[in-house]
Design a protein around this ligand. Structure first.
Ligand code: FES
Length: 95
């Protein structure tokens, strides 16, 4: 199976204050994964867990490929905002 896009969400170091994992990024990833599967289709986009993306001070950090778009300064409640961007991005790609 070949996905159209991959979103890599940093879930690094849940036990270290200031790191993305300590800001509930795994919860955000799971929420996005479930929603994408339900509303976009599980074969369109893969929501991956990533190690440190080198943007700790601006975490929760995530990056979308192949577009290379970054999501920075996100919180675990920004799932809807990110989902809307993903949905638009996939729509644009298939036009
Ligand atoms: S811990 Fe998330 S970018 Fe470094």
């Amino acid at each position: 199976m070949s996905y159209k896009a991959h979103l890599f969400i940093c879930t690094n170091s849940p036990d270290r204050i200031g790191k993305c994992g300590s800001k509930n990024s795994e919860q955000l990833r799971q929420e996005l994964k479930d929603r994408c599967k339900k509303e976009i289709g599980g074969d369109q986009i893969r929501i991956n867990s990533a190690g440190c993306l080198g943007q700790c001070e601006r975490g929760i950090a995530a990056v979308l490929y192949p577009s290379g778009q970054w999501f920075l300064d996100k919180t675990s409640t920004d799932g809807d905002e990110i989902f809307q961007v993903l949905k638009t991005s996939l729509k644009t790609d298939s036009d």
